[in-house]
Design a protein around this ligand. Structure first.
Ligand SMILES: [Ca+2]
Length: 350
């Protein structure tokens, strides 16, 4: 009896010690590993790509994501410097950038050109960057292959918020489909239009051939954020005017002002796909049943339910619309963090 009491007493003491330790050692809110993310963007054709990139930086500040690389499908010389100056503004100038060769939308847009070319009174760039000064971007597919090959199997999420040019070329490159199957766990894309009244969607129809190939051949799960969802989530002009005032010169706010008409709210399509890529388990969106996405006349997306399919599309319930909209703008307008945690070891050299 005395022995049993002693054993019980020891257990009580051990539990008391453990409780005391837990009280003094703060446990992280989440022990989850950050999402290893590649962003593939047509930045410069609409303003939401710049906001989606700012959103990624805010979530990397929280340790939720590690931006491995940015690849670009807009074939214009200002796109890479703009991505680079935005990454530099947020304290991460080392993020490698890949550019498309012989791609779509070669036109120059002022929302890229003006921030890239802007100089201060001393003749220095208002927004410093490395591209065009001491570094040059790589070709996008080569960079995708390099980055993927260096990551653990099944660990990479890709957010495609432009055309399918780069990712379809990746699949067709030597061993590319196998590389994707081995390294990528999820592709979130802003692409298509699902449900009533569906019409051709810009990201799909601009490179319809690539989209068709990607949707047919992609070997791991895909989650689509369609036009019908993104158009419900706005970037309010008045909020951009107020929320980015912390910086006298802010690349995202300045690009927005160049692009949007005074007072014009713009849709935040791309940020919805990025949010799902990084926070898939927060219930912001519902998902459709599994199925397959194919293209019909004029490259309109057709979703066919199929239990064996690897595609789903996102659904935004009316009661979640405002919280998603406000969350995205609030996160995108977060100032750069002076001591942002940077897991540089996971990134390939610029
Ligand atoms: Ca885009």
């Amino acid at each position: 009896m005395r022995y049993l009491l002693n054993v019980r007493s020891r257990w009580v003491l051990a539990w008391a010690l453990l409780a005391a330790l837990c009280a003094v050692i703060p446990l992280p809110l989440t022990a989850a590993e950050p999402v290893n993310l590649i962003l593939d963007t047509d930045i410069g054709n609409d303003i939401d790509d710049a906001f989606a990139l700012a959103l990624i930086h805010a979530l990397e500040n929280r340790g939720e994501v590690r931006l491995l690389a940015v690849t670009i499908t807009k074939d214009n010389k200002y796109a890479a410097p703009f991505v680079d100056l935005e990454n530099t503004f947020y304290g991460r100038p080392e993020i490698p950038i890949g550019v498309v060769h012989d791609g779509k939308t070669r036109d120059t847009t002022d929302m890229l050109r003006e921030p890239v070319e802007r100089r201060n009174a001393n003749g220095q760039y208002t927004f410093p960057r490395r591209v065009g000064t001491d570094a040059e971007p790589k070709e996008a597919v080569a960079l995708l292959r390099e980055v993927l090959s260096q990551q653990p199997d099944g660990s990479v999420t890709i957010a495609q918020i432009g055309f399918s040019t780069n990712l379809s070329r990746l699949l067709k490159s030597d061993g590319g489909r196998e590389l994707v199957r081995r390294k990528v766990k999820l592709l979130c894309l802003m692409a298509g239009w699902f449900g009533e009244g569906a019409a051709p969607e810009y990201n799909v129809k601009t490179d319809g051939k690539a989209a068709k190939e990607l949707f047919a051949e992609w070997p791991v799960p895909m989650i689509f954020s369609g036009f019908e969802l993104g158009r419900q989530v706005m970037i309010p002009y008045a909020e951009v005017q107020k929320d980015f005032q912390y910086a006298a010169n802010h690349p995202v706010a300045e690009s927005f002002k160049v692009f949007a008409k005074p007072g014009e709210d713009r849709a935040n399509y791309d940020s919805t796909a990025v949010l799902e890529a990084i926070r898939p388990d927060r219930g912001y969106f519902e998902l459709s049943s599994p199925g397959r996405v194919t293209l019909g006349p004029k490259d309109v997306t057709i979703f066919t339910p199929d239990p064996q399919g690897n595609a789903r599309y996102m659904i935004l319930k009316p009661e979640n619309r405002l919280r998603v909209q406000e969350l995205l703008v609030a996160l995108s307008s977060e100032p750069p963090q002076s001591a942002a945690p940077v897991a540089a070891s996971h990134r390939v050299p610029f």
